[in-house]
Design a protein around this ligand. Structure first.
Ligand code: 6CM
Length: 258
């Protein structure tokens, strides 16, 4: 793991995002590297800390029950394998706000507060209210990045999107009707290509995308733990199925974005 990490860090230093001149860049770069490192740890190597709570076909979802001052902050980890799309495509649909409300069932509004660069945006999102808790909002940066796969030098790159809450003085938390929640989310995708025979062009039938999704959400203010855990148990599998089916659907008649 140490070796993997150092290789990823080395590739990060050559990242040439236009966001690198921004005041938030040191944090964006650091959190992105940390999240990738964390996403690449396998469930099996994590000493049995993960409880499987949902499984359907190739999709597996795990959580760790954690509370801080009576607030549920259960880390979540999911793995999925989907056919017919690339990691770049999956990340593009997750990152790009123009598609968000078509697959995001928990969000009421999504606003881009600042375009830091083509691959880095600052968002304000208002979530749908879940009774009996107060409505939640979130302010976070979102960064998409391509990283060479150090385990397979000739293989396709890894694509990742990291979303992470940030404090913005102009939008203080808990000043309106919403309670501010805090999130750290990482979507990491690896593409595998079955080489077509007879020199044929790669088609969507030759593509397999391995997805790892990790999330930690602090509800920011008290919310009934049993309701929150029930919401997560219902909503996370729904999200990952709905989102991946949406991407497959959107991509099927389009040229492949490697
Ligand atoms: O990662 C997901 N979506 C991203 C783009 O929108 C983004 C958002 C993550 C927030 C996840 C928090 C959901 C919490 C819902 C409201 C909580 C209310 C608390 C009161 C309950 C009693 O990174 C997909 C997120 C899928 C979430 C199920």
């Amino acid at each position: 793991l140490k070796k993997q990490h150092s290789v990823i860090v080395a590739s990060a230093s050559s990242n040439n995002s236009l966001a690198s001149a921004h005041r938030l860049w040191p944090e964006i770069d650091r959190v992105t590297m940390e999240q990738m490192h964390y996403a690449r740890m396998s469930v099996e190597d994590s000493g049995g800390v993960w409880q499987l709570f949902a499984e359907e076909g190739e999709m597996k979802m795990y959580r760790r029950e954690e509370e801080v001052n009576g607030m549920v902050i259960d880390p979540l980890r999911a793995c999925h394998v989907v056919k017919g799309v690339t990691g770049h495509e999956v990340c593009e649909y997750f990152f790009n706000p123009q598609y968000r409300l078509e697959w995001e069932a928990t969000v009421e509004t999504t606003t881009v507060l600042e375009k830091i660069a083509d691959d880095t945006l600052l968002f304000l999102q208002v979530h749908k209210r879940i009774w009996p808790a107060s409505q939640r909002d979130a302010v976070f940066w979102s960064h998409m990045r391509r990283v060479p796969d150090d385990k397979d030098q000739d293989g396709p790159d890894i694509w990742v999107v990291v979303n992470n809450s940030v404090d913005i003085p102009d939008l203080p938390a808990n000043s309106g009707k919403c309670v501010r929640l805090f999130l750290t989310v990482c979507l990491m995708c690896q593409t595998f290509i079955d080489p077509p025979t007879n020199g044929a062009k790669v088609s969507r039938n030759d593509l397999t995308c391995k997805i790892t999704y990790c999330s930690v959400v602090n509800p920011g203010g008290w919310a009934p733990p049993s309701v929150l855990r029930a919401v997560y148990k219902r909503e996370y599998p729904k999200f990952l199925k709905r989102f991946t089916n949406y991407v497959i659907d959107q991509c099927q008649d389009k040229p492949i974005l490697f």
